[in-house]
Design a protein around this ligand. Structure first.
Ligand code: FEO
Ligand code: CA
Ligand code: CA
Length: 657
């Protein structure tokens, strides 16, 4: 098993290149949250320590019984040899150098669309040796993360047509350009190509039948690329504020581009939400003072990625407000390729992982959001207006005005044998009024991290996806890891120091109303190698589960108890490829983590879209070849090409379900 990889002065689960290009080496920097928000750790630490002794003893017994080895351990193939209730035989963990998409017996996979595939009219075929800005603006973007499939299309056979929407989070220039000079960074043209490869890609897809693979239509009428020069309208209380104005946009209401779009969510009214995450890394702060710490709180403290060579707005000293125009939730109406996407300032500004919507009992739209940084927070937005079924024009205004809250998780102690408790949504903005003394609404929404620091939320272990189960309303929060957390800093909601494997919290809003201001919560997964006594699989027998590490994206399907989890970090923490897992939330298999697939060497698995009645799973294969050689998608190109893959079952559902 690999040990953690040292990068500079920091320790990370990822390869050095992933750290550099995806998040701008965020864990090499000081923790941005230096607020005094308390850890509830001291009392809890003692309780966890006592509990660990008990659990550790049990773990030791298991170890002696089952003769644990490494990744290829006794948990390698739970249920192997007989169909499981889930309808697939879990795969064994895949050693991290394996360059393949590994799927269960009876399933097949195919790439649907990959970086550089032509999308808009006039786009050339991909040619790694003939890249250009104009070509890239019309071709599929790089590193796909969030993924959605909107079913339906014009004409007959709508069930076998759809619209595929995916984010293009960041670029790996060292993998994109055969002549890349790592010592000196990108040329101006390479930087511009990278800018064009960011954003989002929208393509029409079709298939020949319910169990057939999806293929994309390069001539689809709704095909669209959104990139770093696509105009966005800014709305909400911070639109037009003085710190949103630049020399190119004195109005402060039109921004070019969206950056580092990570996860997202589909709205009930048929639009797509996307989170601008590690936007800080693109801005060069050389020569820029930061007297009030506003840049530091967002980690905007680097020489950037050389993009100022292509576009001067990335030099903070000469265009100080441009950086304030990123870090928002954006909304895109993919059905209308001529529509102007929107940045919603009402949902606050931080390193947005994504946003997912649930309609509250009274019809208001609630957006759940995570701020993916060590020790940062979980938020929710509650719209002022209410959802009107079938009125898309009205519903597209819902995220323009509303209330913003941040979460505090209160543990109830470990005497009950659970990591659980209650929580409250702390107000930041309610009814158009700031609840942060001395701060205007627009200030709270633009410097949301500092505003939240003042109201006492819980510092979490990197909040990634936050998503409600559409069947039950229960909300699932993936906390991917936080190796910085010290023993004195643990609390019941973040109960492991040096948390390299991450965990998942489930919560239930009071009255099961998404707009409620109180909730109850419990941890349902403490990830890791199952022979690690600090792991927990919602009470399921740890001898019968798949190893799992660094949960990132969660997804649901037509089965009310199906929680799917995709991971980002297993190559560094378990020595295995990242993958996708099923963990039932109820029934006899509750907590039984079963690995469904693994992604190629160096890649993370993102954006799962599961249509289980069709035995159809779409995933994003992000950064294949990052740190380990990969030729994904195996089409003969000399470089790996991240993109979307489809896993399907050619012969239908088969047995076992
Ligand atoms: Fe882009 Fe939080 O992962
Ligand atoms: Ca408890
Ligand atoms: Ca993520």
């Amino acid at each position: 098993m690999l040990s953690l990889t040292a990068v500079g002065e920091h320790v990370t689960n990822r390869s050095a290149k992933t750290c550099l290009y995806r998040c701008g080496n965020q864990c090499a920097h000081p923790v941005p949250n230096t607020s005094a928000n308390s850890y509830f750790g001291d009392m809890i630490a003692a309780a966890v320590s006592r509990r660990s002794v008990v659990r550790g003893a049990a773990g030791a017994a298991l170890i002696s019984t089952l003769a644990w080895s490494t990744a290829e351990n006794a948990y390698a193939a739970p249920g192997r040899g007989k169909p499981t209730m889930a309808g697939f035989e879990p795969i064994a963990p895949t050693p991290n150098h394996v360059d393949d998409v590994v799927v269960p017996e009876g399933y097949a996979w195919t790439p649907v669309i990959s970086w550089g595939d032509p999308v808009e009219p006039g786009a050339p075929d991909f040619d790694v040796h003939n890249q250009s800005v104009e070509a890239q603006k019309r071709q599929a973007g790089y590193n796909a993360d969030y993924l959605a499939l909107r079913r339906g299309g014009a004409g007959n056979n709508a069930a076998n047509k759809g619209l595929l929407i995916f984010n293009n989070e960041y670029t790996n220039p060292e993998l994109m350009f055969p002549d890349y000079d790592e010592a000196n960074g990108p040329t101006a043209e390479q930087a511009a190509i990278e800018m064009a490869a960011h954003g989002m890609t929208i393509v029409e897809v079709r298939r020949q039948g319910q169990f057939a693979p999806w293929t994309y239509d390069r001539h689809g009428a709704r095909n669209r690329r959104i990139h770093a020069w696509t105009p966005f309208h800014v709305d909400g209380p911070a639109a037009g504020a003085e710190w949103m104005r630049t020399s190119a946009d004195p109005s402060g209401r039109t921004v070019l581009g969206t950056l580092n779009n990570c996860a997202g969510g589909e709205t009930p009214w048929g639009t797509s939400l996307s989170g601008e995450e590690n936007f800080n890394q693109y801005f060069n702060t050389t020569g820029t003072a930061d007297p009030d710490g506003r840049l530091a709180r967002y980690g905007i403290q680097s020489s950037g990625r050389g993009w100022e060579r292509a576009d001067g707005r990335f030099m903070v000293s000469s265009e100080p407000n441009e950086v304030n125009r990123f870090g928002w939730i954006v909304e895109v109406d993919a059905d209308d390729p001529t529509s102007t996407p929107v940045k919603h300032t009402a949902l606050g500004r931080f390193k947005h992982e994504g946003a997912t919507i649930r309609i509250a009992t009274d019809g208001r739209a609630v957006a759940y959001m995570g701020d993916d940084e060590r020790y940062d927070y979980v938020y929710k937005f509650v719209s002022k207006g209410t959802y009107r079924k079938g009125d898309k024009a009205h519903n597209k205004t819902l995220l323009s005005e509303g209330d913003l809250y941040v979460a505090r998780f209160d543990g109830d102690g470990l005497g009950d044998g659970e990591w659980d408790g209650t929580g409250v949504w702390l107000p930041l903005v309610v009814d158009g009024t700031s609840h942060v003394p001395g701060w205007s609404v627009a200030e709270v929404l633009t410097w949301t991290r500092q505003a939240a620091d003042l109201v006492g939320p819980t510092k979490m272990d990197r909040p990634e996806d936050v998503e409600p189960n559409p069947h039950t309303g229960h909300v699932y929060l993936a906390l991917t890891n936080n190796t910085s957390r010290r023993p004195a800093e643990i609390d019941e909601a973040n109960p492991r120091a040096s948390n390299k494997h991450g965990h998942i919290i489930e919560w239930r809003e009071a009255g099961n109303d998404a707009a409620a201001l109180e909730f109850s919560w419990r941890i349902v997964l403490l990830a890791g190698q199952p022979n690690d006594p600090t792991t927990y699989f919602n009470g399921f027998d740890r001898r019968l589960v798949s190893p799992i590490s660094c949960p990132d994206n969660v997804a649901f399907d037509s089965e009310p108890d199906h929680l799917w989890i995709s991971t980002d970090g297993a190559p560094g923490t378990l020595g295995t490829c990242d993958g996708m897992f099923l963990m039932p939330t109820d029934g006899p298999d509750k907590g039984k983590v079963q690995q469904f697939l693994s992604v190629p060497a160096g890649a993370e698995c993102c954006g799962p879209v599961v249509e289980w009645t069709d035995r159809s799973v779409l995933i994003c294969v992000q950064h294949p070849g990052d740190g380990l050689p990969s030729s994904y998608p195996y089409l003969g190109d000399p470089v790996p090409r991240p993109g979307v893959a489809h896993i399907y079952r050619p012969n239908g559902r088969g047995t076992g379900s």
